[in-house]
Design a protein around this ligand. Structure first.
Ligand code: SIN
Length: 294
């Protein structure tokens, strides 16, 4: 456990205030299984409570949603904002909003999203939420892990919080899609390398557009450097943040089952696709929700 974490150990998130469904936390700090709702038939009060639970837990797991229609998968995601498909992912036939994350049984390409990360932070308006459902699963493994970045922020000293709030970070897709990258090893549609190399900046600490809570917004997939710092300073701070934000006390993992749909926050939570199912296929269908510029 790192020393800073001692200053404010996280407490379990409260499950109080939900009468329309059952809420079972995945861990003390992030994620909850919601049972007793049918995503094909949500009432307005249920939607309000799901929004409240989402702002608190950042990751919601809905089991037994195998009958959910593609239209209702999209409609559910749309409750959290405009749909914003990822440009370099394919989509399923008939639904441009639904994009498969697929790995074959004998695939040798890298797992998509194995490191803890936020998706697509090289975009001016990175997604705020993702609603992903299980289609084909290995017999075991292939879980997705999450980490609570809002609690990671709260656990920093006030001096560190205000220093980080003064900084901006350069993001780019260049490690995956740039001129120096081997795009044949990636499960995504190739991107024009010049576009892949493009850089933009976001604040290092972002304010959530719904809850107003703050969190670090850096990840090892797309954050290149902290603007204005020496390379050694930038590397040291980014590496401190990656360790700080992924300490086990801030994490939980979701075991996918047939019929599982997971909704997660892409600004306030990290996610990581765990690559422990070599030899088996895994397919998930995702719908991505866009947001404002951080
Ligand atoms: C991703 O969006 O990074 C993939 C998540 C997963 O496959 O579990």
């Amino acid at each position: 456990m790192n020393a800073l974490a001692e200053r404010s150990r996280p407490r379990p998130l409260s499950t109080e205030g939900f009468e329309r469904f059952k809420v079972r936390p995945l861990s003390g700090t992030i994620g909850a299984e919601i049972s007793g709702v049918d995503l094909d038939r949500l009432s307005t009060p249920e939607i309000d409570d799901i929004r409240t639970a989402f702002a608190r837990f950042l990751v919601l797991v809905f089991r037994n949603q195998g009958d959910l229609t593609p239209e209702n998968h999209i409609a559910f995601a749309r409750l959290f904002g405009e749909i914003q498909p990822i440009a370099h992912l394919d989509h399923i036939e008939g639904h441009s909003e639904i994009q498969p994350i697929h790995r074959h049984a004998n695939d040798s390409k890298r797992i998509t999203g194995e490191l803890f990360h936020n998706d697509s932070t090289y975009m001016p308006t990175p997604p705020t939420a993702i609603a992903m459902r299980a289609i084909e699963l290995p017999p075991a493994g292939g879980d997705t892990a999450f980490a609570n970045l809002q609690l990671a922020y709260n656990m920093l000293s006030p001096a560190m919080q205000s220093f980080l709030e003064s900084l901006r970070v350069v993001h780019s897709g260049k490690r995956l899609f740039g001129t120096g990258a081997d795009q044949s090893n990636v499960h995504m549609k190739a991107m024009n390398p010049v576009e892949g190399d493009r850089e933009l900046t976001h604040p290092l600490i972002v304010t959530h557009p719904v809850s107003g809570r703050k969190s670090p917004f850096v990840n090892p997939a797309y954050s290149i450097r902290i603007d204005g710092l020496e390379a050694t300073e930038s590397d040291a701070i980014l590496s401190f943040l990656y360790n700080h934000c992924t300490q086990l006390a801030l994490t939980a993992r979701v075991r996918w089952e047939a019929g599982t749909l997971v909704l997660w926050d892409n600004w306030a939570a990290y996610h990581s696709a765990i690559g422990d199912y070599e030899g088996y296929a895994r397919t998930l269908h995702r719908v991505t929700v866009g947001g404002p510029r951080p």
